[in-house]
Design a protein around this ligand. Structure first.
Ligand code: GLC
Length: 469
């Protein structure tokens, strides 16, 4: 039977909106490989993956509230390629929608997702030892398991909660308590934060262990001013930062199915050159110039508002670098990218949207990847980049600070800057350009990055030791 059950709203390749999907799709697999039987349960959405894959019902139940009942099914995906058993909660109309999030009733949807999971767990003869919930969509599970009368058989299950991004939560008015199964009145305070019912706060209070996806981010949460700082400080004793790994089976330049030109016989120069030439040909760029890419969401959080002004200013000052920018997000920022590509077509191109193939091709082709994030709990793109021989240029925050060392420091393999300003980014781009033209140092720095090990094995060991605690 399973020792650990993961609860997540996303899981790659079934449903991915951001990095949470990548982590949820990898962590259970690597736990299994390390000998800790693990599975994952997520909502069943009306997405492509589900249309193409068979699943069958393994449990049928009903979530009841005072006024209505919601029947649900637990289905198990009939696949054996993910590396773990995948279960989905099927509630037509409520969970089975065309998108993962973005609906007015999201708070309501995820309350019933979690309830359904717990009803199902009650029916297991041998309960899992650990319930590991990810992000606020799964933030009530620890509370419900410990306090709701219906879930009495689960009260001894240990709970771990991982914060992938503390900027997001979904507070709701107090009357949402009517959607929870009954619990003793005196524990109602555990649900509450700032006069609302708050899933992030509830999870931090009620889980036995709280983790964030890097040590640097944990410190920021504890030190920075926010309405949650007190909570992070108060529960520091049970909080840990564990840097994510990357799925080195999916992200492997030797075998990457998305790439026409794979790495062979460790010929890195050839690998980078062929991929770069191909991308440059597509966008009519001069392949002799350094190529810098951005891949990510165009939001303030990811520094998306700094991209167009910095790239525009840099190209205006020196035509000495090409930029390819891939992302989507705020319409203003998307327009800003289109605008600079229009003004500087020989040096700047963009792709508005997300495209997994193109993203892989860009990591393989680029010399530099820029991540000017304002907040970055872990960040995976800098690790994908390093693995594909691309030097990351990052702002010194959260997980970026923990995973990228400036090449000015001993054995450094990246470029770091402190301020989220156009000036600091420009300065870093000039450093990148100079580095590119001192080819001996450039190749040396790149080689240091390629050698790093960001595989899940290290992170998984830390999770296992936490589970044992
Ligand atoms: C979120 C964070 C990102 C992190 C990812 C996986 O998307 O913003 O920094 O890498 O979750 O934990």
């Amino acid at each position: 039977m399973y020792q650990v059950i993961h609860l997540s709203a996303e899981c790659f390749p079934v449903a991915k909106v951001g990095g949470l999907g990548d982590v949820a799709g990898a962590l259970p697999k690597y736990l299994n490989q390390a000998g800790v039987p693990s599975c994952l349960v997520m909502p069943r959405y009306n997405l492509k993956w589900n249309a193409a894959h068979v699943s069958h019902s393994v449990f049928e139940g009903v979530c009841s509230t005072e006024h209505f009942n919601i029947p649900f099914h637990i289905v198990k995906a009939a696949q054996d390629t993910l590396g773990f058993d995948l279960y989905m909660v099927d509630i037509p109309g409520i969970l089975f929608r065309d998108q993962v999030y973005g609906y007015d009733d999201d708070a309501f949807r995820f309350i019933f997702f979690q309830q359904a999971v717990l009803h199902w767990l009650c029916s297991w003869e041998q309960k899992p030892s650990v319930l590991h919930a990810h992000d606020h969509h799964c933030g009530y599970a620890a509370f419900m398991a410990a306090h709701c009368y219906d879930f009495h058989p689960l009260r001894n299950i240990k709970t771990v909660f991982t914060i992938h991004n503390g900027l997001y939560t979904a507070p709701v008015p107090h009357d949402y308590a009517r959607f929870f199964p009954h619990f003793p009145r005196e524990v109602g305070g555990l649900l509450e934060w700032d006069n609302r019912i708050d899933p992030l706060a509830t999870a931090i209070k009620c889980s036995q262990k709280v983790t964030t996806v890097s040590q640097g981010y944990l410190q920021e949460l504890q030190q920075q001013q926010s309405s949650y700082s007190w909570l992070y400080q108060e529960y520091a004793y049970k909080s840990f930062g564990i840097l994510n790994g990357i799925d080195t089976q999916v992200w492997d330049p030797n075998t990457d199915a998305y790439l026409t030109h794979k790495l062979s016989e460790q010929n890195w120069l050839g690998f980078k050159q062929k991929n770069k030439e191909e991308i440059c040909k597509r966008f009519r760029f001069d392949p002799n110039l350094p190529l810098c890419v951005f891949i990510g969401r165009l939001t303030g959080e990811k520094g998306g508002d700094l991209i167009a002004p910095s790239v525009g200013e840099f190209v205006h000052q020196t035509k000495g670098m090409n930029f390819f920018l891939l992302g989507s997000g705020s319409p203003n920022l998307e327009d800003a990218l289109r605008h600079i590509s229009g003004v500087f077509p020989e040096n700047v191109a963009n792709y508005i949207g997300y495209n997994e193939t193109l993203a892989h091709e860009m990591y393989a082709a680029a010399d530099f990847l820029i991540m000017p994030s304002f907040v970055e709990p872990c960040g995976l793109n800098q690790m994908y980049a390093l693995r594909y021989g691309t030097i990351p240029i990052v702002r010194s925050v959260g997980g970026l600070k923990d995973s990228v060392k400036d090449f000015g420091d001993f054995e450094g393999y990246g470029i770091r800057f402190d301020q989220g300003t156009v000036q600091d980014i420009l300065y870093s781009l000039y450093r990148a350009k100079d580095l590119y033209y001192s080819s001996y140092t450039f190749n040396h720095v790149r080689a240091l990055g390629i050698k790093l090990d960001f595989s899940w094995e290290t992170a998984v060991k830390k999770y296992i030791s936490l589970y044992y605690q």
